[in-house]
Design a protein around this ligand. Structure first.
Ligand code: DAH
Length: 365
């Protein structure tokens, strides 16, 4: 049999195939399992040996020429397809970056960075501790034994299971346990702040179950209340970027400090709005409570394995959310945690707006 006509027809149809799908259809038609040339190959088995010797090479040659033609055509079509894609997908790298989407730094993150920057300048480093705490670090070691009434005021979220040392586990109710962790780890002297999330089972317009605090701790020799007052005043002046910050210290009680002090910051009324700064005792305005502090209780120093006759110190705890609201004029705490893109793009900060003391710690984006 002469396969020249079959071959001619196959080759010319392959040469005319204008895209890869058509070419693939031809491959199946000729060489697929049910293909015409595959069919010819199958007939070989039924031929007697002499005929097979004659027909075999012809059919194989046909198969080979068709398969070569398919491969060659495939190459041509693929190159053409690639060139077309390259031509249509050019990128102009000199175009400006798109306006949207544009993320912002959350005011809480920004304020935490501002606080870290200010305290770094005063020689404080940043310490951290776990949000899932044990009862010993969160309460007992801070001079709040199991029966202590102050525990009840913390509205603690407890976990159902205890840890390996049979300690009750909880979400830390304040950043104060970082005091203990840092003293146990690094000993004394010490100068740290510890910003982070804290949790209490409490929720209304001015309380959210998760909020933010920054803890401060200084342990050294001959530390006294005057150092505490100077540090707080210096911090608040730098944070609010004004010199006329007036601080009022009130006696208070915290189990982990003795004596304990709560600090209020003076505000004045300008067009009915509260503005931080000025002395309320000399005009309109008032006091706003911003932090708790005091001299570290001797018992706490003992719990940390230090000798309270050798080491003293002061500590403070500041509510970050409140501070951010006062500085940047936000009046609803809950908006902090809504994740509303419009709110974030209004109150958020540019990622490039890194707070520095020289450049101003808080210039809105
Ligand atoms: N831990 C206290 C709270 O969450 C705040 C506090 C008060 C922290 C006095 C201190 C401190 O370090 O000395 O209410």
């Amino acid at each position: 049999m002469d396969y020249a006509a079959t071959g001619q027809e196959a080759l010319s149809r392959i040469a005319e195939a204008s895209d890869l799908e058509t070419l693939e259809a031809l491959r199946v038609e000729f060489l697929g399992k049910q293909g015409s040339i595959s069919g010819l190959l199958k007939t070989l088995g039924k031929l007697d040996p002499e005929e097979r010797k004659v027909e075999g090479p012809k059919i194989h040659a046909l198969r080979e020429s068709v398969s070569d033609a398919l491969a060659a055509r495939k190459d041509v079509l693929e190159t053409a397809a690639l060139n077309a894609r390259l031509a249509s997908e050019t990128i102009d790298l000199s175009l400006p970056a798109p306006e949207a989407p544009r993320g912002t730094v959350h005011p809480i993150s920004q304020v935490m960075d501002e606080i870290a920057e200010i305290f770094a300048d005063l020689g404080f480093s940043v310490a951290t501790g776990p949000e899932i705490e044990d009862d010993w670090h969160n309460f007992t070691a801070l001079n709040m034994p199991e029966s202590h009434p102050a525990r009840a005021m913390h509205d603690t979220f407890y976990f159902p299971d205890r840890d390996a040392q049979n300690r009750e586990m909880l979400l830390r109710t304040h950043t104060s346990p970082v005091q203990m962790r840092t003293m146990l780890k690094d000993g004394a002297p010490l100068r740290i702040i510890a910003p982070g999330r804290v949790y209490r089972s409490d929720s209304d317009a001015t309380h959210t179950p998760m909020f933010h605090q920054v803890e401060g701790l200084v342990i050294d020799k001959d530390v006294h209340l005057g150092h505490l007052k100077w540090t707080l005043e210096t911090f608040l002046k730098a944070f609010f970027e004004r010199e006329d910050i007036v601080l009022r210290l009130r006696p208070s009680y915290f189990p982990f400090t003795e004596p304990s002090v709560e600090a209020d910051i003076g505000f004045t009324l300008i067009d009915g709005k509260r503005v931080i700064g000025g002395d309320p005792s000399k005009g309109e305005g008032g006091w706003m409570e911003v932090l708790g502090s005091g001299m570290v209780n001797r018992r706490v120093i003992e719990f940390a394995g230090l000798d309270p006759n050798e080491w003293q110190g002061f500590a403070f705890g500041i509510g970050i959310d409140r501070l951010a609201m006062l500085k940047y004029g936000m009046d609803d705490l809950r908006a902090f945690f809504d994740g509303d893109v419009r709110w974030l793009s209004h109150y958020g900060f540019s990622a490039l707006d890194v707070p520095t003391l020289s450049g101003g710690v808080g210039t809105p984006a």
